[in-house]
Structures are given as structure tokens and as C-alpha cells.
Design a protein around this ligand. Structure first.
Ligand SMILES: C[S@@+](CC[C@H](N)C(=O)[O-])C[C@H]1O[C@@H](n2cnc3c(N)ncnc32)[C@H](O)[C@@H]1O
Length: 262
């Protein structure tokens, strides 16, 4: 499958950095997923597709609950690590390598599509959502968790976008909650709810190391932080603790349902 430059950048970045995303990564804590799926009342053996699975924290958690899980990612080394982790925990999962914008599955084959902290890398959130709606059975759900910026914060959004691009050039764009909601509705899904949760981020240096940010780009990020507009300072609660730069990310949790007959 031919990849576009954004997809290729993500594939290369995550293939190179896959060793950073397993044990000890902050995404290992899946309490956000646990909280989000509680109200969904998933039946036993729910067919789950976890897109942008990374080291598999979300998909493996769902597999541990007895669901039938397919882990999908654009970067093969990530899938290999996720498979290894599944084996260590005695979990059965399928793995598939493909971009989020083009799925190799027939229509209506899944009851739940999950995508956590990956969609800001996608070259086309529209195509990802159209594919999601296509492979969901009628009434099936999408659980999307990703960084976001509230709708009325354009200045802070532009600042964060510049910062993330320097930190990890495979970053594409954070969408606002209403941006995601409109795309879901246009794809044949009804948004059931959206929640914004501020999450405290660890030391900036941990982020640099996780993304292997180049020395030049580290400098650019530090300059952006030093000159951050007040809107970004307030929204992300930029600060210093014990000589470390810390901030709070806004995390969006969105649940949507596939409408029948679309
Ligand atoms: C931060 S990791 C995901 C974390 C994971 N979902 C979890 O809950 O722990 C982001 C993943 O998205 C994948 N990714 C980025 N762009 C992609 C695309 N266009 N299609 C599929 N996967 C993509 C990367 O390869 C990477 O493994």
C-alpha cells in the first residue's frame, strides 16, 4: 500500500521509537479506557478493532476482558512488540499492519473501534472516520481518545501545533471536540458524548527522549515555551517543578454510535 508523506513519517518515527512505548510509558495506565468503556456495557466476545495500537495498551486491556481484539498499526515493530506483550500475558489477539485511513476489512465486522492517542498523527481524520463507520456494525461504537484544544482557543492551538511539530515531526494536527464531532456526524455516526480531561504531563525531557527530538528542535520547543502567549500558559498550565518543565494536556474522550442504514 502506497503511503503519503505524513503516513510515512509516522511509520518511520514509531518503528524507530517502538522500544519507548511499552512498559513504563505513561500510556500503560489505561484507567481512561476503563472509565470510558464502563457505560458501553460491552457483551462478551465484542469484536474490537484498536487502530494506532502502538505497544497495544488499549487493545490488550480489552483482550484481557475477554473481547475478540484486532490490533492495527502502520508500524510493524509496534505490532511485534504488542504481540510479544500479548504472549507474555497469555492473551489471544490478531495483528494487522495498515494505515488508519484505509482498512483491509469487510463492512460491519466490528462492534467497537478504539483509537487512543494516535489520531493526531493521521493524515486524514475524515478517511479514518469513514472507514470506522464502514467496518462498524449498526449500533457499533467508536471510542476515540486524543489530545485536543477547546474550540475557542485558536491562539493556544496554533502554539501547541508548532511545539508538537518540533518535538515530533510526525505529529499532524490536534482537532477540536467540535471538529471531531462534525466529522463523526458526516461519516454516519452519532456522537453520544465528549469529555475533556486535563492530564498532567511528566517532565518535558521525557517527551523529548520518547520522540528522539533533535537538539535543534529541542531548542525551538524551549523557545516556544519561553515565549508562550498567555492563552497557552493558562490553558496548558505551563510551569516548573523541581527544575522540570511540566504542563497539562487537554485529553478528549469521544464516544460515537454507528447509525443504522447509512
Ligand atoms: C502513541 S502510539 C499509540 C498508543 C496506543 N494507542 C495506546 O493506547 O497505548 C501512536 C501509534 O499510532 C500509530 N500511527 C500513526 N499514524 C498512523 C496511521 N496513519 N495509521 C495507523 N497507525 C498510525 C503509530 O505507529 C503509533 O504506534
Amino acid at each position: 500500500m502506497e503511503l503519503d508523506p505524513v503516513q510515512r513519517a509516522a511509520q518511520e518515527q514509531f518503528a524507530r521509537q517502538s522500544h519507548r512505548y511499552g512498559q513504563g510509558h505513561i500510556l500503560e495506565n489505561v484507567e481512561d479506557v476503563r472509565a470510558a468503556i464502563g457505560p458501553l456495557r460491552l457483551g462478551p466476545g465484542t469484536r474490537v478493532l484498536d487502530v494506532g495500537t502502538g505497544a497495544g495498551h488499549t487493545g490488550l486491556f480489552l483482550a484481557s476482558l475477554g473481547h475478540d481484539v484486532t490490533l492495527a498499526d502502520i508500524a510493524l515493530p509496534m505490532l511485534e512488540r504488542a504481540k510479544e506483550a500479548a504472549g507474555l500475558h497469555g492473551l489471544q489477539v490478531q495483528t494487522r499492519q495498515h494505515p488508519a485511513e484505509q482498512f483491509p476489512y469487510p463492512d460491519a465486522g466490528f462492534d467497537l473501534v478504539t483509537c487512543r492517542v494516535a489520531a493526531h498523527h493521521f493524515t486524514s481524520p475524515e478517511r479514518f472516520l469513514r472507514e470506522t463507520a464502514r467496518v462498524l456494525s449498526a449500533g457499533g461504537r467508536l471510542l476515540l481518545i486524543d489530545g485536543t484544544v477547546p474550540d475557542d482557543q485558536q491562539e493556544a492551538e496554533a502554539w501547541l501545533h508548532a511545539l508538537e511539530k518540533h518535538r515530533d515531526p510526525s505529529h499532524h494536527r490536534f482537532l477540536t471536540p467540535s471538529g471531531w464531532s462534525q466529522l463523526c456526524e458526516a461519516s454516519g455516526m452519532r456522537v453520544l458524548h465528549t469529555t475533556l480531561t486535563p492530564i498532567k504531563q511528566p517532565d518535558l525531557n521525557w517527551y523529548f527522549d520518547t520522540a528522539a527530538t533533535s537538539p535543534d528542535n529541542r531548542k525551538k520547543v524551549l523557545e516556544l515555551i519561553a515565549h508562550a502567549p498567555q492563552s497557552a500558559r493558562d490553558l496548558f498550565r505551563l510551569g516548573e517543578e523541581d527544575g522540570k518543565i511540566v504542563w497539562w494536556w487537554q485529553r478528549l474522550t469521544l464516544v460515537a454510535r454507528r447509525l443504522a442504514g447509512c
